[in-house]
Design a protein. Structure first.
Length: 547
């Protein structure tokens, strides 16, 4: 390997492995709520409340399983073997979603959750280990930014595949495409093994570490028991059985991390405490950010003017990326004022004579003539706006911090995260503006409001998400790196579940301005908390960072 190389040769292999893994994952997230609520083209015709509960629970468990995946990789399996196992399980799970059977559907989601637990924390940790080489150590933040751009290239292109396949074939074809992407990611990862095999270092149990058997007995058995209690307890404490089960199941894991802090050595205590503080405030970011697949998908589908610009209508039609709706009366599925499918006493969608649901809140002056058609942007394509901004802004962010680093003025990773939260909080005001200008949904809002909101939160995301991964790699005690990476994903998991809980409240807000103001309050409080802790966090970072 050349000594003049700025980044390790392992980076492109890990970049493309993660890109294709995220292609499959974000393809699923882009269409999951649409698939669950679809009553016209082969979906499950579920109530939106049930759909967002499934969505929130799924993405919560997707980020909860890295706790066990990171632990097993640290102690038994190693990173490379864990990543391959996880990728294969996820690929099988995606393909299983193409089977229209509810039992197979839930089993497939479970396989994806388990597979992600093995894949996600360990590829991030492996990248950090590769950058521990003294030749590359100072470029670790930049390496994670580049890696994060790979994630978003996959997230950007996947929705175009999803739209084409579900328009031309069916939902199942889109899910199979996700599986193919995942298997391609595994193949690329295996092809590059020689470049990161040296970073695949098992961490033997150290004095004071809890043995693996004890962790299972004291954490995972209680997780199952307490989770079952939450599921079967009479009534719904937190809204649904799945939410109760998830929150109850998190308690033993949270206790484990608190106990880990309590038993940490004097050297390890401060960095572990700082990381747990960062994990706690990041929960609010994910609670708002992950509503892109639920509340913001609802906004895009029913409250956004999706008429496609004439300049791109012809190529979009050729690629089957548009939905055609005609202003004519016929038998259609009935929707209520909150754009929920109306069902009969048997739970079947009610059919009525009327016009397609898109026309329920089109401004009179924009309504096409009777019998005329509109070409609409497919709803899931809005899910590509966030990764598009990541791809565009990442080089600018990297160049900006490189400029500051050369002048010895680069802010610490902690400071970047704090500003990321603050900037993200401002994104909700775009949606407040959108609600106000469209009369609380009486008419459709311009797509630019949604695009603007995504743009602002993306700027915040770039200062928080890749920096969080880098922070765990830099600050974690060496023997706890994957375990603490699991803690980062645990915080993400809790935030993801909270995003589903918040999205389930959508229909209960008569004025959607208040819905988005609640989101602003959550992010604002988190940003305020980290700024209050910033001096202490920076001191810990300066004293304990090791890479």
């Amino acid at each position: 390997m050349s000594t003049n190389r700025k980044h390790p040769v392992a980076l492109p292999f890990l970049f493309f492995s993660e890109m294709w893994e995220r292609f499959g994952f974000y393809l699923l997230l882009a269409i999951l709520q649409l698939y669950l609520t679809d009553a016209e083209k082969g979906g499950w015709a579920m109530d939106r409340h049930a759909a967002v509960d499934i969505f929130g629970t799924f993405i919560a468990f997707v980020y909860l399983t890295p706790f066990i995946g990171g632990l097993l990789a640290d102690r038994k399996l190693g990173y490379t073997k864990s990543i391959i196992i996880g990728g294969v399980l996820m690929g099988i799970g995606y393909c299983g979603l193409a089977v229209k059977d509810l039992t197979v559907f839930y089993l497939s989601l479970a396989l994806i959750c388990v597979g992600n637990g093995f894949f996600k924390p360990n590829i991030s940790t492996l990248l950090g280990n590769v950058y521990n080489d003294p030749r590359y150590r100072e470029r670790k933040d930049t390496g994670y930014n580049i890696f994060y751009m790979g994630i978003n290239i996959g997230a950007f292109i996947c929705t175009f595949f999803a739209a084409y396949l579900r328009n031309n074939i069916n939902w199942g074809a889109a899910f199979i495409a996700a599986g193919i992407g995942m298997f391609l990611g595994v193949i690329i990862f295996v092809a590059g093994l020689k470049h990161y095999r040296h970073a695949n270092v098992l961490k033997p149990v150290q004095p004071g570490d809890m043995p693996l058997g004890s962790i299972f007995a004291q954490v995972f058995v209680p997780v199952l028991v307490v989770g079952c209690i939450g599921w079967f307890i009479p009534g719904n404490i937190f809204g649904t059985d799945s939410t109760d089960a998830f929150i109850f199941a998190c308690l033993p894991i949270i206790y484990f991390f608190v106990n880990l802090l309590r038993k940490a050595s004097a050297t390890d205590k401060q960095p572990v405490k700082a990381l747990l503080a960062i994990f706690a405030v990041s929960v609010m970011f994910w609670a708002v950010f992950k509503q892109n697949g639920t509340a913001l998908t609802t906004w895009a589908q029913y409250y956004t003017d999706r008429e496609i610009p004439a300049a791109v209508e012809t190529p979009a039609k050729a690629l089957s990326l548009v939905q055609i709706v005609t202003n004519e009366t016929g038998e259609v599925v009935a929707y209520d004022d909150e754009f929920r499918v109306v069902k009969d006493e048997n739970g079947q969608p009610v059919k009525e004579m009327g016009k397609p649901v898109y026309f329920k809140n089109v401004a009179p002056e924009k309504m096409p003539a009777e019998g005329a058609s509109l070409s609409l942007v497919n709803t899931e394509l809005f899910q590509s706006v966030n990764p598009f901004f990541v791809i565009i802004l990442t080089p600018l962010v990297v160049a900006f911090f490189t400029f500051l680093r050369q002048r010895k003025k680069e802010p610490t990773t902690m400071t970047k995260i704090a500003w990321g939260l603050l900037i993200s909080s401002l994104s909700t005001f775009c949606m407040v503006g959108a609600v106000m200008v469209c009369g609380n949904g009486a008419e459709k809002a311009s797509a630019w409001w949604l695009i603007g909101s995504y743009g602002i939160i993306t700027a915040g995301e770039l200062l928080l998400s890749p920096m969080g991964l880098s922070l765990v790699s830099k600050l974690s005690p060496a023997r706890l790196t994957s375990l603490m990476m699991g803690g980062w994903f645990l915080a993400t998991s809790i935030g993801n579940k909270l995003s589903g809980v918040l999205a389930a409240l959508w229909d209960g807000y008569d004025n959607k301005v208040n819905y988005f103001l609640v989101n602003f309050l959550l992010l604002g409080l988190a940003a305020g908390a980290i700024f209050l802790m910033l001096r202490w966090l920076n001191r810990v970072f300066k004293e304990h960072t090791h890479a």
